[in-house]
Design a binder for this molecule. Structure first.
Ligand code: GTP
Ligand code: MG
Length: 475
């Protein structure tokens, strides 16, 4: 495979554009000690993943800025918590616009850059897309007005340091969305309130449904459901339209496994205008809204804390060569320190941690939940595939070709039945593999949540079943 072809510049087109876009010196959590910045040349390029077949390539791009001395200063003493938030929803719902607006409102994009994007968008006959250009940094994305690669950026609220993962909505790029969601702790589901757009996204086959189901299965336990485009002339901050969307989404979210009271919060916004985002929407515009604005809601979200003392686990989503081998991923469990010896599983390759980077800052130590780049010695970049797991030596992650899992069947294509011999694609963290159901062991009673005694040969939509799964093509 020609890695050169896959290497992409992950920064904006020029240093000028970078200026002020993102503050990569976005602080550090309790567990992180800032050492210095990542070497300049290594920020320039980054290889994309060499995914395990059969899925198309999964791509990421960093929306990053040149760091100045001041922002480096700001990182000192900052011990806010850190959350990864994925923006999901149907194509054109306004995910990138909302993400871009967040960066603008948090002072990371200046007016001059916005004016430049306005001009560029106009030249491409995409006037209203200028805010989305903050997140959509590739030429292809800007021409088509569609996100392709997951955009990654950083911002802070009062209590939290956020990494934004801006997923594509188009159905061709679902593998990229899966990759974004699998790194997230919480999700912002963006729904367009514009007449006809909510309906298209919510139809069978629309990405509103698909993204919700995928997010739930990928472990996104909390959702903020933002009803966007409230400023649109077909909506005009109408309470009726907002209520209609909430009432239609609620049963669907419940059926997808979300506890709507505890895990989901609805709120109206205009991503394009930046309304009800950093500050609450004006009562003269939306007298009926008494809830929080987006920043407040993000600030208040609570998630179950992870164990910094657990065995170290970091599924590798990407790797590239840069004075050694650099791997990227989110720490799911445990902590890592410079100088640690670790294993790359399943190949049991012994590696040593040369350097750790968090939001472009070099750190000595990082805890669970952090999105990191780790430079390793002892392994060649060619010997790593995305989906491999950087693991503690004492308690390495188990490497198996067969395992038992409890599954909930949400939707089978073409009313198929689910039985031994069923073939599917398995997504766990960063791994994508074909698999086959070898045996159904028992069904779980939906009411009592206990295993049913009756032998089970097949199940249909809605069932919960415990089965033995075999991975077909272990590499
Ligand atoms: P994909 O990445 O292709 O899935 O789309 P997206 O969800 O990122 O949507 P994007 O931000 O690219 O916006 C799509 C279109 O909706 C653009 O024309 C935006 O200007 C428009 N849009 C987004 N948010 C708003 C909003 O709050 N109000 C109005 N009126 N238009 C909006
Ligand atoms: Mg987008």
């Amino acid at each position: 495979m020609d890695i050169e072809e896959d290497i992409r510049s992950l920064q904006l087109d020029s240093a000028e554009e970078n200026n002020g876009v993102v503050n990569p010196g976005d602080a550090r959590p309790e567990e992180v000690e800032v050492v210095d910045k990542m070497e300049e040349d290594s920020e320039e390029v980054q290889a994309v993943s060499q995914p395990v077949h059969p899925e198309p390539k999964v791509k990421h791009k960093e929306v990053s800025a040149v760091e100045d001395a001041e922002s480096q200063q700001e990182t000192e003493g900052n011990n806010k918590r850190h959350l990864n938030v994925v923006f999901i929803g149907h194509v054109d719902a306004g995910k990138s616009t909302t993400g871009g607006q967040i960066l603008f409102l948090s002072g990371q994009v200046d007016d001059r850059t916005i004016q430049k994007y306005e001009k560029e968008a106009k030249d491409k006959s995409r006037e209203s897309w200028y805010m989305a250009y903050i997140m959509d940094t590739n030429e292809e994305e800007r021409i088509k007005g569609k996100t392709v690669e997951v955009g990654r950026a950083h911002f802070e609220t009062e209590t939290t340091r956020f990494t934004i993962l801006d997923a594509p909505g188009h159905k061709s790029y679902v593998p990229n969305m899966i990759s974004g969601a699998s790194q997230a702790d919480i999700g912002v589901l963006v729904i367009s309130a514009r007449k006809g757009e909510f309906e298209t996204g919510f139809e069978k086959g629309g990405q509103t449904r698909e993204h919700v189901m995928l997010a739930k299965t990928l472990g996104v336990t909390k959702l903020l459901l933002v009803v966007n485009k409230m400023d649109d002339h077909t909506v005009n901050w109408s309470k009726e339209r907002y209520d209609e969307i909430e009432s239609k989404m609620t049963p669907f979210l419940k059926a997808s496994g979300y506890n709507v009271k505890k895990d989901v919060q609805f709120l109206p916004i205009s991503g394009l205008m930046g309304l009800n985002m950093k500050t609450r929407v004006d009562k003269s515009l939306c007298p009926w809204w008494n809830g929080p604005c987006l920043f407040e809601a993000l600030d208040r979200i609570e998630i179950t804390p992870r164990d910094p003392n657990g065995p170290f686990r970091m599924p590798i989503i990407d790797k590239f060569k840069d004075m050694g081998t650099v791997v990227m991923g989110k720490v799911e469990s445990g902590s890592v320190r410079e100088g640690d010896s670790l294993l790359v599983m399943p190949n049991k390759a012994q590696v040593k941690v040369l350097a750790i980077y968090c939001d472009d800052n070099r750190v000595r130590h990082a805890g669970p939940g952090e999105n990191l780049r780790i430079r390793l010695s002892g392994i060649e970049e060619e010997d790593i595939l995305s989906g491999f797991v950087l693991s503690s030596v004492a308690k390495p992650v188990a490497a198996v070709t067969e395992f038992i899992a409890q599954l909930q069947i949400l939707e089978l294509l073409d009313n198929a039945i689910f039985t031994a011999g069923y073939k599917a694609v398995l997504h766990i963290h960063a791994v994508v593999e074909e698999c086959e159901i070898v045996e159904l062991l028992h069904q779980i009673d939906l009411k009592t949540k206990k295993p049913m005694k009756k032998k089970v040969l097949f199940v249909k939509n809605g069932a919960i079943v415990v089965c033995r799964i075999q991975v077909c093509c272990m590499s």
